[in-house]
Design a protein around this ligand. Structure first.
Ligand code: C2O
Length: 593
């Protein structure tokens, strides 16, 4: 079914400016794990950070009391049972981690503690970061289109980062370890016992990585005396960008990393579906369909795209958004090196930041957020902004380009332009890549004889293809959402499954068809408990439009695992009415970024 209309026109420019001389004397490259032998002892009650922190806690607990009073008032009217089960009751935002409580990260793939401590240096002085005024927007270029001059500057900057003293929080490994600390269980949520702080698989995914790249970019710019320096983005959503960008493949370059899957070096086409299909044209078509599904067709609400709420006290992995679990996860795992014990570097969160390609990959993930916010009326989601104060007031800590520890909030990163950057404009060939309608009638009748009813098969261990019948809320075409609940995952493994509805041909290597509904996938990482329970939602409305479901009371769901062995249990599947009804069709979007 791979019929492609490959886009040709691309527009925009890359920014170029004069290069400069090295700022730092040559030193040996920093390679070793930054295991610190001694941790600075800082009293929690004596530093500015903690004082600020506790005063904020007072304010927020006051807020919590107010909200509880309000809810208690309501409970008089509606009863305590409603209060207890209110799913989205405000709690408190996730607080910035306490750096001197950072602990060792663990790599559970190899069953032992990692020989690394990815905790940052602890200092007493933390300041609240203020976005500097924007004089001129930096333009992040497509990594496949950059000039030789840009490549030189980028390598120079990374090389200088690698030569910084290893204790310098701006050094290459310290920067890589930011990801390890926030993603592999090194931090606990402040005030929540040993509950892990984890920035993936929730609504914090986009904001955390945006801030991370923001400071990384400023540090690189400072190291080459070029405040206009902008990170590149890996344009893996466009057929012209579906290989590892050429500049990353020069073994003599500072941005090279040998820990990558050797089978996936160019000219291999990135497989966003991880189906293992060997036909490059089919893979490209699968990729564009995945982009269409995760950006346009599959989301019923803003959190379906961004990820589920994650507040103080929420266990890790409440639910990844469509883009995070789909294209984002695939690129990590596709690049990670199977010769390494845990898919290092990109294939595991603790090591991902050690490959400069990580930041280029995340440039495109961040670009997807900007597209979602400003350029996708065809996504038919009424509101594409999260206004929940627990989201907006979430805090993170980073070191800025001057090695100053700063506290940032989510609300200051919701506009990329206010942060001073934008993306080179590139065509979006997936924007209208709606699969052709399915002509054969749905197989529900035939399947009814061979597929079990959903209520009889769950919970189940998803280690092979499973087909189940799930009842619709009403017959025929309806505005409905598929909910896959209580997905329990072994967080140390790569796990992925695709979801098809009423699939007419059962060819699981092809995703470019009306029956493909979406994906769950995760990058291996660590949590204290090693398992997490999560859920996802997939909007079905447009899929029904493209198939004959007129007389159907059930939908045949096919779950296709793309990993080997166990690791994932599915608690249940149901179909509900779309809680945020699909608005009337919007005018077509301008193909821009
Ligand atoms: Cu923090 Cu792509 O991961």
């Amino acid at each position: 079914m791979a019929s492609l209309h490959l886009p040709c026109a691309t527009t925009g420019t890359t920014n170029t400016s004069a290069t400069s001389r090295p700022l730092f004397p040559k030193q040996s490259h920093f390679i070793a794990s930054p295991k610190r032998t001694r941790r600075l002892q800082v009293s929690c009650t004596n530093n500015g950070h903690s004082k600020k922190h506790s005063s904020e806690n007072t304010e927020t607990s006051q807020g919590k009391v107010d909200r509880r009073n309000m809810l208690l008032g309501l409970s008089g009217l509606y009863g305590a049972a409603n209060l207890a089960s209110a799913p989205e009751a405000p709690a408190n935002p996730i607080q910035a981690p306490v750096l001197d409580k950072c602990g060792a990260a663990t790599n559970l793939n190899t069953g032992k503690q990692l020989d690394i401590n990815c905790c940052p240096p602890v200092v007493q002085n933390v300041i609240d970061y203020k976005l500097p005024p924007v004089r001129r927007l930096k333009l992040r270029p497509s990594a496949h289109r950059v000039s030789a001059e840009y490549i030189f500057k980028y390598n120079l900057a990374i090389d200088r980062m690698k030569r910084l003293p290893k204790e310098d929080p701006r050094s290459f490994m310290q920067q890589a370890n930011i990801h390890c600390a926030y993603c592999n269980g090194a931090y606990d949520q402040p005030g929540q016992g040993t509950l892990d702080l984890q920035v993936h698989n929730s609504w914090l995914f986009f904001p955390f990585h945006r801030w991370y790249l923001y400071f990384y970019e400023r540090i690189l710019g400072k190291l080459i005396n070029d405040p206009t320096f902008a990170l590149p983005f890996w344009n893996w959503d466009n057929p012209k960008g579906m290989t590892i960008p050429p500049m990353f493949n020069d073994p003599t370059a500072a941005i090279f990393d040998e820990k990558r899957n050797q089978a996936n070096l160019p000219p291999a086409v990135v497989d966003l579906g991880m189906t293992g299909n060997k036909d490059p044209l089919q893979v490209v078509s699968n990729n564009l369909t995945i982009m269409y599904a995760e950006m346009i067709r599959g989301n019923s609400s803003v959190t379906d795209f961004m990820g589920k709420p994650y507040r103080e006290g929420t266990p890790v992995n409440p639910g990844p958004g469509a883009s995070e679990r789909g294209s984002h996860t695939a690129v990590h795992v596709w690049v990670g090196d199977p010769r390494q014990p845990s898919g290092e570097d990109l294939g595991n969160f603790y090591s991902a930041g050690r490959d400069p390609l990580f930041y280029c990959h995340h440039g495109n993930c961040d670009r997807m957020w900007t597209l979602w916010q400003y350029h996708l009326p065809s996504a038919k989601v009424p509101d594409r902004t999260i206004t929940d104060p627990d989201y907006l007031n979430t805090q993170f800590l980073f070191y800025d380009e001057n090695a100053q520890l700063v506290r940032v909030t989510v609300k200051d990163c919701v506009s990329n332009r206010a942060m001073g950057y934008d993306y080179e404009r590139i065509d979006l060939p997936w924007l209208d890549y709606r699969p052709p309608p399915q002509t054969a009638t749905a197989k529900v009748t035939r399947a009814a004889t061979e597929a079990a009813k959903a209520e009889t098969v769950f919970p189940l261990n998803l280690d092979k293809i499973v087909r189940v019948l799930v009842p619709k809320t009403k017959k025929g075409k309806a505005d409905e959402v598929l909910v896959i609940e209580n997905i329990t995952v072994d967080t140390s493994k790569f796990l992925k499954f695709d979801v098809f509805i009423n699939d007419e041909d059962d060819n699981v290597l092809e995703l470019d068809k009306a029956a493909y509904a979406g994906t769950y996938a995760q990058v291996p990482h660590r949590t204290t408990t090693q398992t997490a329970t999560t859920s996802i939602q997939l909007k079905l409305t447009e899929l029904y439009d493209d198939m004959d479901v007129t007389d159907d009371e059930d939908v045949l769901i096919t779950l296709v695992p793309r990993h080997q062995g166990d690791g994932i249990t599915i608690g249940g599947i149901k179909i509900i009415e779309n809680p945020t009804p699909t608005p009337a069709p919007a005018p077509a979007a301008a193909p821009s970024s």
